[in-house]
Write a protein that binds this ligand. Structure first.
Ligand code: ADP
Ligand code: GLC
Length: 439
């Protein structure tokens, strides 16, 4: 029997991408189709999605939802492989160019709770025959944006049977979709869902917790991360819940889409190569040095870094090593976008060593491929990495990969700063290990 599964995500390569989530959302459904599953995808109708889909046609009129008028569900196909993609049209919520989560000042949109509640709600409707032609048996949601499997649970309670089984995949527990408790009232969920046995998280509302709590199965993107997120240091305040669900939690290592990421047939590279015909790799390195104005030295060890510039990615650790890299005759190319303070620090270092260090800010798929192919070493100084597709790409491109997972257990876990809570000494495993500090 063919399994019918609906993947629910907020970004998908090649339409819209801020990181590896988009790569997985673009590659996994197609890989499952190849193995005989009947898979479709549900996305918010961001401008890049609406512009990229082919053969778009309406599926259902949904009226006013989450304060957005005239919401409709449409379906189209992914031009590269014909995959069927459902898209939610809600102009007031989604018709915003650029980053899908943040405004121009890099601040999360004030209505993100509604924007992504609509995504979870439509997924649950699709499981209840919203599209008469197709309905999923499995709703597979990715990260907090798709976390409201709670709508499926609410439907199950109403109907006495589950409309579909649910899988929730954690790509990164650091992004939790936490909102003020007052916003719960706008979600249309049963009142008792706002409790510790539900979507409540330290007095707030958490979409990530909703996904972890209400889904039938939880997966994450590597076996190691599946273990790490059950610890206090890496559990983002959800380690207790994850430990209690350990039997439903599996770590499955991400795969690579070799039709996109392979130096032998990479359409974005000027020069191609294989493990046995490496001339192209040298040409990629020379082109990279030229592109970034670095000294044209074929024997200089060239480090490349392509990354979101966030605390997770350990750029500060890399900055500490720059003098040593330069002293030893190495070169460094950094390309990314994110935290303005990190961007400035990186720019400063590049100005100090113009022959050896180049930094460019931005997001560009071609340049990302160019750097991964042209580097001798791809640097991944991440503090933690749930999977890290960049390392896998580096391996495929014969670019040695250096990671430095520099998490110090003795320090206060990152998520405690975020939630303004401090650790205090309690028996291990007790949920009272976390105490709230007045904001
Ligand atoms: P994460 O998902 O945490 O960002 P991964 O290593 O799993 O980390 O995936 C990152 C993906 O985003 C890779 O496809 C990488 O090439 C891409 N990427 C990161 N920064 C940029 C950028 N500035 N321009 C283009 N692609 C980028
Ligand atoms: C996340 C993680 C990254 C992972 C990617 C795809 O953004 O930070 O490690 O590879 O998702 O699953």
């Amino acid at each position: 029997m063919t399994i019918r599964a609906l993947h629910v995500a907020s970004e998908l390569y090649p339409f819209l991408k801020t990181g590896g989530l988009a790569d997985v959302a673009g590659a996994l459904p197609a890989a499952l189709v190849e193995r005989g599953a009947d898979v479709r995808v549900l996305l918010p109708g961001f401008p890049a999605v609406a512009a990229g889909l082919h053969d778009v046609r309406p599926v259902a009129q949904l009226g006013r939802r989450f304060d957005a008028p005239g919401v409709t569900l449409e379906q189209g196909t992914l031009p590269s492989n014909g995959l069927i993609v459902y898209m939610i049209r809600a102009a007031t919520l989604y018709d915003r160019p650029g980053n899908p989560y943040l405004n121009d000042e890099l601040v999360p949109y004030g209505d993100n709770a509604q924007r992504f509640a609509l995504l979870g709600w439509v997924a649950a409707q699709l499981a209840q025959q919203l599209d008469p032609a197709w309905s999923p048996q499995i709703v597979h949601a990715h990260d907090w944006h798709a976390g409201l499997a709670a709508y499926l649970k609410a439907a199950e309670r109403q109907q006495g049977r589950a409309p579909a089984r649910s899988v929730f995949t954690v790509h990164n527990l650091a992004y939790q979709g936490v909102f003020p408790a007052q916003q719960f009232g706008q979600l249309g969920l049963p009142d008792d869902f706002f409790s510790m046995q539900g979507v409540e998280f330290y007095g707030q509302l958490s979409f990530l917790k909703a996904g972890l709590y209400y889904s039938d199965r939880i997966t994450t993107v590597s076996p190691t991360y599946a273990r790490e997120i059950q610890t206090l240091a890496q559990g983002g305040g959800l380690d207790g819940l994850l430990r209690s669900r350990a039997h439903d939690l599996s770590g499955i290592l991400n795969g690579v889409d070799y039709t996109v990421w392979s130096p032998a047939n990479d359409a974005l590279l000027e020069h191609r190569y294989t493990a046995t015909r490496l001339a192209g790799k040298l040409a990629c390195k020379e082109a990279l040095q030229k592109r970034f104005g670095l000294a044209q030295k074929s024997d200089a060890l060239l480090f490349g870094l392509v990354s979101r510039l966030t605390e997770q990615k350990g750029l500060d650790l890399l900055l500490e090593t720059v003098p040593e890299i330069v002293k030893r005759g190495g070169q460094l190319v950094v390309f990314g976008t994110g935290d303005p303070a990190l961007e400035n620090d990186l720019k400063r270092v590049a100005q100090t060593h113009p022959e050896s260090v180049a930094v460019e800010l931005g997001f560009d798929e071609k340049l990302a491929h160019t750097i991964i192919a042209g580097s001798n070493v791809v640097a991944v100084p991440s503090r933690f990495e749930p999977c890290g597709l960049t390392q896998l790409y580096a391996l495929a491109y014969g670019s040695r990969c250096r990671s430095c997972i520099a998490w110090a257990d003795s320090r206060t876990p990152w998520w405690m700063h975020r939630l303004k809570i401090s650790p205090r000494i309690s028996p291990p495993g007790s949920s009272s290990m976390i105490s709230r500090r007045a904001a």
